[in-house]
Design a protein around this ligand. Structure first.
Ligand SMILES: Nc1ncnc2c1ncn2[C@@H]1O[C@H](COP(=O)(O)OP(=O)(O)OP(=O)(O)O)[C@@H](O)[C@H]1O
Ligand SMILES: [Mg+2]
Length: 297
């Protein structure tokens, strides 16, 4: 079987693996959803520039955490740091209490998975092949492709409505179709801690809700800890157990959506005047922007 290349390899390797519900912690067995990912005094950046600044964040095991914030506030940078793709300039990320940079890649890859904001598929790759690469981290000297891998890949594709795309090449697909294939790959990896950077980008509203329902189900039924960046504050409020609002590389507010999504926080984080009302479907905070041309009633 060919080895994954480029960013797909990064994605597959990072996301890697794991026996999902029974993934073992570094050095010891752990129950599903009980892995602890923590950032302490974490600073991250590029070429000496500091983007994420002395940030403390403990990801709640078994919960859905949604990170929101304005463009360039450091959300993707933070996610890359949490997934060990970017080394800290200062501070540390720990997985189950151990410095993540000191753990073997494969061990991290069996627990933590990251779907980046803009994953790059190897040229000419087919859809089914890409989703299958999600299973790479499970392969090894003594563990080859099996019917279980086939079943997991098929289930991931069914869940993301991509089965009918299986014979096609990635480059032939629409943005939304591609995004769903990447999500299928992330699901096929079955990491215990799944990090997703804007998984609903490019998706029409129906598929946005389907993907978020799917992640909710994964969290509730398999105990997968989900951390995702979303731009839609209303979907974020609806699906998050914990909401983290970032501003200029720091955490501006953190808590339940009801605690965090206030008019003052929305103004400070986004420079947006808005009214907050109750979502008529589920009671979560609903952010209604005001803008320049409409007067609040
Ligand atoms: N590879 C890189 N090299 C240099 N600077 C980078 C790199 N990636 C991001 N940056 C810079 O880091 C800052 C934060 O970027 P980041 O991608 O983390 O923001 P974000 O909150 O995810 O934004 P968005 O909502 O637009 O995705 C930006 O100023 C960006 O230009
Ligand atoms: Mg980003």
């Amino acid at each position: 079987m060919p080895q994954p290349t480029d960013q797909a390899a990064d994605t597959a390797a990072t996301n890697a693996a794991a026996a999902g519900p029974t993934a073992a912690a570094p050095g010891e067995p752990a129950a599903s959803g009980r892995h602890e990912l923590t950032a302490t005094g974490l600073s991250l950046g590029y070429d000496g520039n500091r983007i994420v600044d002395a940030l403390d964040l403990a990801i709640e095991p078994g919960a859905v955490t949604v990170i929101v914030g304005a463009n360039a506030s450091g959300k993707s940078t933070l996610l890359r740091g949490l997934a060990r793709l970017l080394p800290p300039q200062a501070g540390a990320v720990t997985l189950d209490g151990r410095d993540i940079t000191a753990l073997p890649s494969r061990q991290v890859a069996t627990i933590v998975g990251l779907l980046p904001q803009q994953p790059i598929a190897p040229e000419g790759i087919g859809v089914a092949d890409l989703v299958g690469r999600g299973r790479y981290p499970h392969q090894g000297w003594f563990r080859h492709w099996s019917s279980t891998d086939d079943a997991i890949v098929a289930a991931a594709m069914a869940a993301t409505d991509t089965l009918k795309l299986a014979p096609r090449r990635m480059e032939e697909l629409s943005g939304g179709q591609r995004q769903r294939v990447w999500i299928a790959m992330a699901l096929a990896q079955k990491p215990d801690l799944l990090l997703l950077d804007e998984p609903t980008t490019f998706l029409d509203v129906t598929h946005q809700v389907e993907v978020l329902d799917l992640l909710h189900e994964l969290n509730h039924q398999q105990g997968t800890t989900v951390v995702m960046v979303l731009h839609d504050l209303n979907l974020a409020a609806r699906y998050a157990d914990r909401l983290v609002v970032m501003r200029q590389g720091r955490i501006l507010a953190e808590g339940t959506p009801a605690e965090v999504l206030t008019e003052a926080v929305v103004l400070e984080a986004f420079g947006l005047r808005a009214r907050i009302i109750a979502d008529p479907v589920c009671g979560a905070p609903l952010v209604v922007p005001i803008g320049r041309f409409h007067r609040p009633a």
